[in-house]
Design a binder for this molecule. Structure first.
Ligand code: TRP
Length: 444
């Protein structure tokens, strides 16, 4: 007897969940600083090019693996390539879910702290934001507790299940996130002097373009779209058979890019409007990292009327974006334990929460460990995972499965030329591109 597998209940919920996974700290923290570093509009153009050429095809690849196998990241390879070693691609994906959670959760904890500090008004009274942030970093116990709160919050939604937890929370959180983004973009763009920031963001500055722009943009595209470790694969295993995979991957990519651009607008407009030293602010933006979100941004908001409100809204937005991403990461591991080890959700979560907690404690205590987890996941596990997923679908997988999944068994019309072009991208273009990022990661 096969247990009935969960599916998303509505199209809106499915899009909200997938977009929720994609939209995260990568959009609000990583994208603006990569853009500042990469010369503004040029970086954005290359980024969009990478999304179209590598991001969308790879997302479709994960989608079709998930939906055709209706299994978790490792189970999908078991089913589609029984008796081969391909299952390791999925297993490494599950492991990277664990590893990413191990440091991402700590940053999520900081987000909660800044949200609480904003609503209680402590942030408004701060004068030295650098000192404020270091005092949080020095307070290990506080970081661990906050991380645990975020971890349990994520587990709470996973425990509720695919429809009642993941889908219904995404349906509430994603519209709220968009609302907050719109309000904050309008506020930021109407600040006196915002135009300079917008010009920096949208005017191509050829003098600033770096030789690494292509590689940087591609890495950002993979991270931002949650690709390379079976996250989109796991969500797609809950899609129903009417879901148009090509259209969905385009919609998710567009939503993700819009959020990144809006975050860029908020950060650049306020950065240029609220400072009289543009050189310093540009270098702070480029330096990015935790400093941008937790030092520069609150400092900027503090100079605006109603700063407590704006900084509360901003950190609420950040927490929501991060939560829908941690939910998707945790579901990758949960689905694996559920199906491969026949555990109940509750039992699986006991293991996951304990495991992530241990990794999180080490990340909170040691910045070396934090960076180690960040680097092995982003620079090693994800690119290798993406490379093998692309090779698997391009070279190994039966063409019939690709065709059935993309056309929904013939009911959607995608010509043979389209399928050929798609196959060419997965066979050659995407693997070659990813290999370049990977080698760059090794050398850089
Ligand atoms: N995409 C998310 C962000 O932009 C992070 C994320 C969620 C992720 N799931 C992932 C990154 C899977 C890599 C792989 O913050």
């Amino acid at each position: 007897m096969r247990e009935k597998r969960s599916q998303f209940g509505s199209k809106l919920g499915m899009i909200a969940a997938a977009a929720g996974s994609a939209v995260g700290l990568g959009n609000i923290w990583r994208f603006p600083s990569e853009t500042a570093d990469g010369g503004g509009a040029i970086f954005i153009l290359v980024y969009i090019f990478c999304i179209l050429l590598f991001g969308v095809p790879l997302m479709v690849a994960e989608f079709l693996l998930g939906r055709s196998s209706r299994a978790n990241a490792a189970g999908a390879f078991h089913k589609l390539a029984a008796g081969t070693q391909w299952k390791w691609v999925g297993r490494v994906g599950v492991l990277s879910g664990f590893v990413i959670l191990g440091f991402y959760m700590v940053v999520c904890g900081w987000t909660l702290d800044y949200f609480f500090q904003s609503i209680t008004g402590n942030i408004v009274n701060a004068t030295d934001f650098g000192a404020h942030f270091s005092s949080l970093l020095d307070n290990k116990i506080k970081q661990i507790l906050l991380m645990l709160v975020f971890l349990l919050l994520t587990a709470y939604f996973i425990y509720a299940g695919v429809q009642k937890g993941i889908e219904s929370s995404a349906k509430v959180m994603m519209p709220l996130l968009f609302l907050l983004l719109i309000v904050m973009s309008i506020r930021a763009m109407t600040l006196n002097g915002a135009g300079e920031g917008l010009a920096f963001l949208f005017k191509p500055n050829l003098a600033e373009v770096k030789s690494t722009v292509f590689i940087d943009a591609m890495g950002q595209a993979f991270f931002s779209l949650s690709l390379g470790m079976g996250c989109m694969l796991t969500y797609a295993s809950y899609f129903n058979k009417e879901t148009n995979l090509i259209k969905t991957s385009i919609q998710v990519s567009i939503l993700d890019t819009i959020v990144a651009l809006m975050a860029g607008i908020i950060i650049f407009s306020s950065a240029f409007a609220l400072t009289n030293n543009t050189d310093t602010i540009v270098s702070e933006l480029v330096a990015g990292g935790p400093g941008l979100l937790f030092i520069t941004i609150p400092d900027l908001f503090n100079q605006m009327p109603g700063s407590a409100i704006w900084s509360s809204l901003f950190f609420l937005l950040l927490a929501i974006a991060a939560l829908t991403s941690t939910i998707s990461l945790m579901e990758v591991v949960t689905a694996y334990l559920l199906e491969e080890y026949k555990m109940t959700r509750k039992r699986a979560l006991q293991y996951i929460v304990s495991g992530v907690f241990v990794l999180g404690v080490f990340s909170a205590i040691s910045s070396g460990f934090f960076n180690f987890l960040d680097i092995i996941s982003a620079k090693f596990m994800m690119p290798i995972g993406g490379l093998f997923i692309s090779l698997f679908v391009g070279w190994y997988l039966d063409k019939k499965i690709i065709q059935v999944e993309i056309t929904n068994d013939g009911s959607l019309r995608f010509g043979i030329g389209f399928l050929k072009a798609y196959s060419f991208i997965l066979k050659f273009l995407a693997p070659a591109g990813i290999l370049v990022i990977f080698l760059y990661g090794l050398l850089g």
